[in-house]
Design a protein. Structure first.
Length: 140
């Protein structure tokens, strides 16, 4: 997902449709899953092509059509969207941003962060697992 950029509203809706199934979907199937929206087939085709160019989806040939799949889990993509802007900050600025973010978190969210930190500390230098779709974690 090296080319990842933030997603627009329609891109997010398309990704939600793709994440809702374990199988790849054609443009027509994605269009059918976008209920409540009056979109042209070519609009959805363009969005899927742009998502692939961003590295957010993959595609494979199925007869005359392409089947699109998410390149990563929803959780992984969300984490990347949060991590990406932090990457350009200095260590001090990054820590301040994270602390500010945590200061506004709910008690349930803070408990989940504590649990996740305990898991990371328990793993030490061992490779970390990504939650969702069983893909290897890529930290950077």
């Amino acid at each position: 997902m090296a080319k990842h950029a933030s997603l627009g509203d329609l891109e997010q809706a398309v990704m939600d449709v793709l994440w809702s199934t374990d199988s790849g979907l054609t443009v027509r199937e994605v269009l059918a899953g976008l209920t409540g929206r009056d979109l042209a087939y070519t609009t959805v085709m363009t969005v899927l092509s742009r998502l692939e160019a961003k590295g957010v989806t993959t595609r494979e040939r199925d007869g005359r059509a392409w089947r699109y799949r998410p390149a990563a889990s929803r959780e992984s993509l969300t984490a990347e969207a949060m991590r990406s802007p932090l990457h350009d900050l200095s260590s001090q600025e990054r820590q301040a941003a994270i602390l500010h973010f945590l200061s506004e978190a709910s008690a349930d969210d803070l408990a989940a962060v504590r649990e996740a930190m305990a898991e990371v500390e328990a793993q030490g230098d061992r490779p970390r697992r990504r939650r969702g779709r069983g893909q290897a974690d890529s930290r950077g």
